[in-house]
Ligand binder design. Structure first.
Ligand code: VTB
Length: 311
């Protein structure tokens, strides 16, 4: 894959974030979702890639799985996995952690994951090779504390605030770690584990599977670790997984299983989070905060862009 592609792709997350941020706190999650996807779709036209969307924006509207994106035959053939707006509900209520993200990988290497659930484990670089989805939360916290040379009491675990996590929360509390319960937006938290100053050490629990694949790609770029296991909740989700050729639902997937080895991602903050600042509007324009990373080099580029609006 071309080196500069991610620096091009960040334009799509910037415009998606700008479009979503316009509707922040205005109470209409469907509207911000749609606005961000349309803006992203249009921005893709200006990029010389031959992309196939493998993880997109649901069954309707722009950017569905199977759509082709990019302005060009002759462009690089790649897989695209995206979430034009992760956290539509939080964006619509002005909450934290909403972001826009695009992951690109080699053609045929990103798992075409349908909408379902996934049990996830995400850690930053110090936890790599140390934690295991098959181990208990207590074992993982013990191992991570040792790797980070801190006490378990110093670790912060992020878990989505859902009834399905009550036993997990109990166990993490018994082990002694601190917990941050999230209303929404575990993708932002998963990526933030790779930032030493984010204050987030570990993400555990069951959330969206597609965001799991995106988190896997981002953590592969940042040197962290992601492991996931599909957790379909309904018969319909089981069928969707089978239709996508994912038969081994009990299997533990590594980042490499989910996205391959050569990936790049770009993400832009919509609302403030532990990873990125949200969009700030000012006279004549707006400022966006993004991160761009390529797995091969691991170079992390933080981009603060000042956009000027014309007319
Ligand atoms: C959401 C969202 C997460 O998973 O909750 C979702 O907040 C699934 O959980 O960020 P529910 O259906 O219980 O809300 C994510 O979208 C991504 O993992």
């Amino acid at each position: 894959m071309e080196r500069n592609l991610a620096l091009e792709v960040v334009r799509t997350t910037e415009v998606a974030a700008l479009a979503a941020a316009r509707g922040m706190g205005r109470g209409d999650a469907a509207a911000v979702d749609e606005a961000s996807a349309v803006a992203m779709r249009n921005a893709f036209e200006a990029i010389r890639i031959d992309g196939i969307v493998v993880i997109g924006e649901g069954d309707e509207g722009p950017l569905r799985a199977g759509d082709r994106v990019g302005g060009g035959s002759g462009g690089t053939g790649i897989d695209v996995a995206l979430d034009a707006l992760e956290g539509a509900t939080v964006c619509a209520t002005g909450g934290a952690n909403a972001l826009s993200l695009v992951l690109i990988g080699e053609r045929g290497r990103i798992l075409p994951c349908p909408e379902t659930y996934m049990e996830k484990l995400a850690v930053g670089p110090p936890g790599r090779g140390v934690v295991d989805l098959d181990a208990s939360p207590t074992q993982n916290l013990t191992a991570l504390a040792e790797a980070k040379q801190v006490r378990i009491e110093d670790l912060t675990v992020v878990i989505l605030d859902r009834p399905r996590h009550s036993r997990l929360i109990d166990e993490v509390r018994r082990a002694g770690a601190r917990i941050q319960l999230l209303a929404d937006g575990d993708l932002s938290a998963a990526i933030a584990t790779a930032r030493p100053d984010s204050g987030i050490d570990l993400v555990l629990g069951i959330g969206g599977a597609q965001q799991g694949v995106l988190a896997a790609g981002a953590l592969a770029c940042l040197g962290g670790e992601f492991q996931g296991r599909f957790k379909p909740m309904t018969g319909d989700e089981v069928s969707r997984l089978q239709a996508a050729g994912i038969e081994e639902q009990g299997r533990r997937y590594s980042a490499e299983d989910l996205v391959g080895t050569q990936v790049m991602f770009a993400a832009t903050g919509v609302t403030n989070g532990p990873l990125l600042r949200g969009v700030r509007f000012h006279q004549g324009g707006a400022t966006t905060h993004s991160v761009v990373v390529r797995s091969q080099s691991g170079t992390v580029r933080w981009i603060e862009a000042v956009h000027r609006f014309h007319g």
